[in-house]
Write a protein that binds this ligand. Structure first.
Ligand code: SF4
Ligand SMILES: [Zn+2]
Length: 538
């Protein structure tokens, strides 16, 4: 009976009678009812479809595959996230709230989901990337555009050789995934120069491979950021930096033993932006010495004060874990963490004021409840807030891929422009939004830098810091319905940025911080490879 039902639904799909998720749901309901079987799951349909393809009974159909994707959220923002963890090395700091578990990268707990995956693979970068690609493909995702996120605490604290070894192996894993390769894994026994050469080779290869790294994120502290460090980050292929800002008040930073000041954060932010990096701030409401009022003031400042203006935000509310300095203070009743209700209230207020050019990438950290001794513990915070119907203008809440089927595609998207001052320079945020519901199809961040010295090749350049098209991942070079990728928005946005830079500034060139996997795309738009950036005369 079930096989009959599966055959019927696949034949509907093959004949293009089901074109979106809503129709798929209706068909599943009707067919399950007709054959009196439990509601068909996408996983079952997909497995049956793959079996028929293997037997040569039907042709492979990327559109059917995109409709039957499991765990759809993984690729909703248009790229497939692959998060990997570096192994534990001593951290030079001792922040009050930081958990310190033996053999774990400091600040991580062994029962966090991402950490558990890394432990199983002995923190090996090659196997971590390979495994994630396998899982993505198994679940029906298209893993052709990978956003590689390297976690594990302060990347800048790791030994230099390990840094290059780790990233080189990530590239090697992506490159060798579905191609027989004669090259060997990059061993830590090689000397630094050899590892650097292998990294360069793998980066070059990646530009034309099936699994391209289209973004690379590294985590570090504001006081580790300087020109030399950022040049190294570019050599590694980094395009986005996550920095542990935690608070923008000096007395709170001091009380929590952070070891850096707000001035350092301001300086780091400016240098990062002037070198074209995207910035994701980690912010911790509820820290020792803060209060609800101060936290709210901090978020207002983040969006109003030009010294901050992050592109993305990870909100990690402070919690008490057993192996931290904060635990003692809490036990002695000297520290009271935020309550669940206070946190909800705070997030609602933040959502009301968040500018449309900021993306809230996280609202709470993935710490398992059993490890939280005290403090907010609502792992499904996003869901809880959804029920409160708070309107949030952040990028994530407006991504077209998250909208209901067909939403945002009824009217032609219009180009919208927002200018704002940031770190003594100017930011121009260009976005294609659907006129009726303000859903975002694609956007570009253009920076007119401030006047600090960075690298020579950026002299006289306006910088494209980010270009992103949303929707389900469209395979490179192909068009599928219900996606904004490959509809030409990227090209139009680059053109517009070029016109702005030419007409409104005295700059003569446009630079882009291109990840290895995006270089072919920018070449096709007239950019040429420089040392760390791709550059075009305007
Ligand atoms: S929070 Fe980061 S910098 Fe501070 S002690 Fe933990 S790992 Fe080190
Ligand atoms: Zn939002």
């Amino acid at each position: 009976m079930k096989n009959q039902a599966l055959k019927e639904i696949i034949s509907f799909l093959a004949k293009n009678k089901i074109l979106n998720q809503e129709k798929l749901k209706t068909a599943k309901r009707e067919i399950s009812k007709k054959y009196q079987i439990p509601f068909l799951r996408n996983e079952e349909i997909r497995n049956y479809y793959l079996k028929l393809v293997k037997q040569g009974k039907i042709k492979k159909n990327p559109f059917i595959e995109s409709l039957l994707v499991l765990k759809k959220t993984r690729t909703l923002s248009g790229v497939s996230v692959v998060a990997v963890l570096t192994k534990n090395f001593p951290c030079k700091n001792n922040c009050l709230y930081c958990p310190d578990e033996e053999k774990m990268p400091k600040s991580y707990l062994s029962n966090e989901p991402a950490v558990m995956r890394a432990i199983r693979l002995n923190f090996n970068p090659f196997y971590q990337v390979k495994k994630r690609i396998e899982v993505l493909l198994y679940n029906g995702h298209n893993a052709s555009k990978i956003e590689l996120i390297v976690m594990g605490g302060t990347f800048s604290h790791l030994p230099e050789k390990y840094q290059y070894y780790f990233i080189a192996n990530c590239f090697w894993a992506a490159n060798s995934f579905d191609k027989k390769t004669t090259s060997r894994p990059i061993s830590l026994k090689l000397d630094l120069t050899e590892i650097k050469t292998r990294l360069k080779k793998e980066q070059r290869k990646n530009a034309s491979r099936t699994h391209r790294i289209v973004g690379l994120t590294l985590e570090t502290r504001p006081d580790m950021i300087n020109l030399l460090e950022l040049i190294k980050f570019r050599q590694l292929g980094c395009t986005r930096v996550e920095i542990g800002v935690q608070s923008i008040f000096d007395h709170v930073l001091q009380l929590n033993n952070r070891g850096h000041s707000v001035k350092t954060t301001i300086k780091a932010t400016r240098l990062l932006k002037d070198m074209g990096f995207k910035i994701n701030y980690h912010i911790m409401p509820g820290l020792y010495g803060s209060s609800f009022k101060k936290d709210l003031k901090m978020f207002r400042q983040l969006f109003e004060n030009e010294n901050f203006q992050p592109d993305m935000l990870k909100i990690y509310p402070c919690v008490v874990t057993r192996n931290s300095g904060l635990y003692k203070l809490w036990k002695n009743k000297k520290f009271k963490p935020l309550t669940n209700n206070k946190l909800k209230k705070l997030i609602i207020e933040i959502k009301k004021i968040i500018p449309p050019y900021v993306r809230i990438t996280r609202l709470i950290r993935d710490i398992p409840n059993e490890s939280i001794i005290a403090g907010p513990n609502i792992p499904n915070l996003r869901e809880v807030l959804k029920n409160k119907k708070v309107r949030c203008s952040c990028i994530r809440c407006r991504e077209i891929g998250r909208a209901k089927p067909n939403f945002g595609f009824k009217t032609k998207p219009k180009l919208d422009r927002i200018d704002y001052k940031a770190s003594k320079g100017r930011e121009i945020f260009l976005q294609y939004v659907s006129a009726r519901d303000n859903l975002i199809h694609a956007f570009l961040r253009l920076r007119i830098p401030s006047k600090i010295k960075t690298v020579n090749e950026l002299q006289d350049c306006a910088i494209i810091r980010e270009l992103h098209s949303y929707g389900t991942v469209a395979p490179i070079g192909k068009k599928i319905p219900e996606t904004s990728q490959h509809k030409g928005y990227g090209k139009k946005l680059i053109k517009k940025a070029q016109t702005i830079a030419k007409k409104e500034t005295r700059l003569s060139r446009l630079a882009v911080i291109a990840a290895e996997g995006t270089k072919d795309y920018y070449k096709a738009q007239g950019f040429r490879q420089g040392t760390f950036y791709m550059i075009k005369k305007i």
